[in-house]
Write a protein that binds this ligand. Sequence first.
Ligand SMILES: Nc1ncnc2c1ncn2[C@@H]1O[C@H](COP(=O)(O)OP(=O)(O)O)[C@@H](O)[C@H]1O
Ligand SMILES: Cc1cn([C@H]2C[C@H](O)[C@@H](COP(=O)(O)O)O2)c(=O)[nH]c1=O
Ligand SMILES: [Zn+2]
Length: 210
Amino acid sequence: MFIEPTRRREPPHLRTGWIEIICGSMFSGKTEELIRRLTRARIARLSVRIFKPALDTRYHEENIVSHSALTIHSKPVQTAAQILNLADGCDVVGIDEAQFFDQEIVEVCNTLANQGQRVIVAGLDMDFAGQPFGCMPQLMGIAEFITKVHAICVVCGDVASYSYRLVPSQERVLLGETDSYEARCRRCFHLGDAASSKEWAYEDAKNEDH
Ligand SMILES: Nc1ncnc2c1ncn2[C@@H]1O[C@H](COP(=O)(O)OP(=O)(O)O)[C@@H](O)[C@H]1O
Ligand SMILES: Cc1cn([C@H]2C[C@H](O)[C@@H](COP(=O)(O)O)O2)c(=O)[nH]c1=O
Ligand SMILES: [Zn+2]
């Protein structure tokens, strides 16, 4: 579990900021972990501002919502540059679904951290094709702390780090949840449609015996 570095209450011009990345596949707990860290920052009476890309309207127009229905209020923004102005003067900046921002987000996060702010960024590290997603590799390159979280493969129950797309679109950006994506391990991701959750039938039958 990530334990945040102790932060003394220095005057703003003496503060050191930093960048934390929370990455992984869909359903791996990125949003839950982001909400956990932001909630703890609020308990520490730090001022917190939270952002997400305006295109992410999947569960709610404004709130960030996890697959397990944890929720926290956020400000949807069209561009990364807007975050710089809106986050001015706060202690902690939270950003969800960072993979949807363009490369400008890298400079924005750097500037915030250089100003002494703590920046916590959650995003998909890989797209549906198993390729690094947009700005995420660059963000990881400049971050002080990186946490990779994992889902459970819905086919075999192993640790999952891939997001398998269930619908035929080849567009990189396609909003969705369990209707369009499954968390899968490396093996089941590459097996593609040949892998199916029927493999669970054996385990389910065994569990019913007990
Ligand atoms: N295959 C799965 N593996 C793990 N958790 C899953 C899976 N499918 C649904 N969940 C649920 O999703 C929650 C994580 O949701 P969330 O934090 O929104 O993930 P992410 O932001 O990484 O997509 C888990 O706590 C669990 O309740
Ligand atoms: C893999 C992949 C995902 N997306 C979309 C699908 C969801 O709307 C979000 C990811 O949300 P989560 O909080 O990580 O579950 O991204 C996409 O547009 N393209 C992809 O390749
Ligand atoms: Zn698997």
